[in-house]
Write a protein that binds this ligand. Structure first.
Ligand code: ZN
Length: 130
């Protein structure tokens, strides 16, 4: 298996230190709360996924950016599909987009935030490679 790079490990929600261990426990759509369950430490290299209390407060700003990009994409799509839209329709679509993307944006924003502060350690990431 080839080594993940910084971007692919972030997008596939992997530990930024070893790029192998999953950040989140496997969620089930039938139990929505499980979609937000995160490992306390990396199952592969034992890197803590909460370096300090309140660490993920800053991930809200990343989530804000992701949601803004989704809003603009939905708005532009609506402009092309239905140019005479009403404000109520736009707000309804935005609420649906936010609710459907919530698990995605939550997980991705935490992955990006953690990757900004935890450095890759090749000694932990190469244990499975020849
Ligand atoms: Zn790890």
């Amino acid at each position: 298996m080839s080594q993940r790079n910084w971007l692919s490990s972030m997008l596939t929600l992997r530990c930024p230190k070893c790029r192998k261990g999953p950040l989140f426990q496997s969620g089930q759509i039938s139990r929505p709360g499980s979609l937000f369950s995160m490992h306390s430490a990396c199952p592969h290299c034992k890197q803590s996924f909460e370096p300090e209390p309140g660490f993920y407060f800053g991930a809200m700003f990343v989530s804000y950016g992701i949601n803004t990009a989704l809003f603009i994409t939905a708005w532009v799509a609506l402009l092309f599909i239905y140019p005479n839209y009403s404000l109520g329709l736009l707000l309804g679509i935005l609420v649906v987009v936010v609710l459907l993307s919530l698990p995605f944006s939550f997980r991705l924003s935490r992955s990006i935030w953690l990757a900004l502060f935890v450095r890759f350690d090749s000694s932990t990431g190469n244990t499975g490679n020849p």
